[in-house]
Write a protein that binds this ligand. Structure first.
Ligand SMILES: Cc1ncc(COP(=O)(O)O)c(C=O)c1O
Length: 363
């Protein structure tokens, strides 16, 4: 925990500031604990390096800002996290960057959009929030390479355990480390894994933007990583069990979960498909969903995911609130859709709570 680092002589300090000697000088330029966290993420993602940020959105902002300039076009998946959608639609658009939203799973549409708009970059999520649609990263990379389009992948839902976009040819792998990486719902953080040149440029930019990870948050994230495989494997297995039960419940009209047999480009490293389950409640609208969430006794209604506790979120109210009702309808986020982030509790307890809440809300 330090904002500046002491060196015994001015000559050494001069060399370290000038990057002629390794070391730390000022907190915004780097910190040993944050550096250790960055090394861990780079190793998990199979990347040369990683750069940590103060939140997932700071990381997404930095990734986009590094590769686009005014007059450029960026291609983005239509069903990305709401704030990623709105930072493109509102903020970058204001700076002269044109966002074009596509169905990232429709590769013909992606190819046509690349030819028509010559985008500087593509932004997609490995497994999208909240509709859990899987991007075929190797095919996206193959479509992007001929036009030198940079591929930016938000790997938050898949975690480094399931997919490593950098090893599949992506230029940057982004995480909201607030979620599974830190894993305990007690910090905000973001991190980008990349090749050494891109990481160096991100680090240089980060010195100016200043949205760095605090050493305490980096330390908590490192502590979280120690149990990431244990937590996430349990959460994914429980999620799959919950999916089969919900599919049998007549009150649930649609259960959304990535198909275990669907593995585009052989990108999934295991048979796990994540710990988020989204579902639509039959004949429900906002009042019924609120009643369901209010009736929960163990699962916590919360605007986050990836915690050890099970959490429920209503996308229309939270993650995708910034979208207009028309935009939500176009993306496929219905008014009866809820997102369940499965925690490490007993899957039976999670199911019991879901059932009793459904019984209460729909007697
Ligand atoms: C897929 C995804 N990416 C990025 C973010 C943004 O992360 P943060 O909230 O840490 O800024 C979120 C937040 O929910 C997310 O779900």
């Amino acid at each position: 925990m330090a904002s500046a680092f002491h060196h015994a002589t001015s000559t050494t300090l001069d060399k370290v500031i000038g990057n002629d000697e390794a070391g730390f000088t000022y907190g915004r330029y780097g910190n040993p604990t944050t550096g250790a966290f960055e090394t861990a993420v780079a190793q998990m993602e199979g990347a040369d390096d990683a750069v940590a940020f103060s939140s997932g959105m700071a990381a997404i902002y930095a990734a986009i800002a590094l590769v686009v300039s005014s007059g450029d076009t960026i291609l983005a998946s239509r069903d990305i996290y709401g704030a990623s959608f709105s930072v493109l639609r509102d903020h970058f658009h204001k700076l002269g960057v044109r966002p074009v939203f596509v169905d990232i799973t429709d590769l013909d549409q992606v190819e046509a959009a690349i030819q028509a708009h010559r985008p500087t970059a593509i932004l997609a999520e490995t497994v999208s929030n909240p509709l859990l649609r899987v991007a075929d990263i190797p095919r996206l990379v193959a479509l992007a390479k001929p036009t030198a389009t940079r591929v930016l992948i938000d790997n938050t839902f898949a975690t480094p355990l399931l997919v490593n976009p950098i090893t599949l040819g992506a230029d940057m792998t982004i995480h909201s480390s607030t979620k599974y990486i830190a894993g305990h719902g007690d910090i905000m953080g973001g991190v980008i894994a990349a090749g050494s040149e891109t990481a160096a440029a991100l680090r240089e930019q980060s010195r100016m933007l200043g949205a760095i990870a605090s050493p305490m948050d980096a330390w908590l994230s490192l502590r979280g990583i120690k149990t990431l495989p244990l937590r996430y494997t349990r959460q994914c297995t429980s999620a799959a069990a919950i999916v089969s039960e919900l599919e049998r419940d007549p009150r649930i009209s649609r259960v959304i979960y990535p198909d275990v047999t669907f593995n585009p480009g052989n990108q999934f490293r295991s048979a796990l498909r994540g710990a988020i389950v989204s579902f639509e409640v039959a004949k429900a609208g906002q009042p019924e969903i609120y009643a369901l969430m209010d009736a929960l006794q163990m699962i916590l209604p919360a605007t986050t995911l990836g915690d050890v506790y099970s959490l429920m979120l209503y996308p229309a109210m939270a993650s995708h609130r910034a979208l207009t009702p028309e935009e939500r309808a176009e993306v496929g986020i219905a008014d009866n859709l809820v997102r369940l982030s499965v925690g490490i509790e007993s899957p039976d307890d999670i199911l019991d709570d879901l059932r009793q809440a459904l019984d209460t809300a729909f007697p």
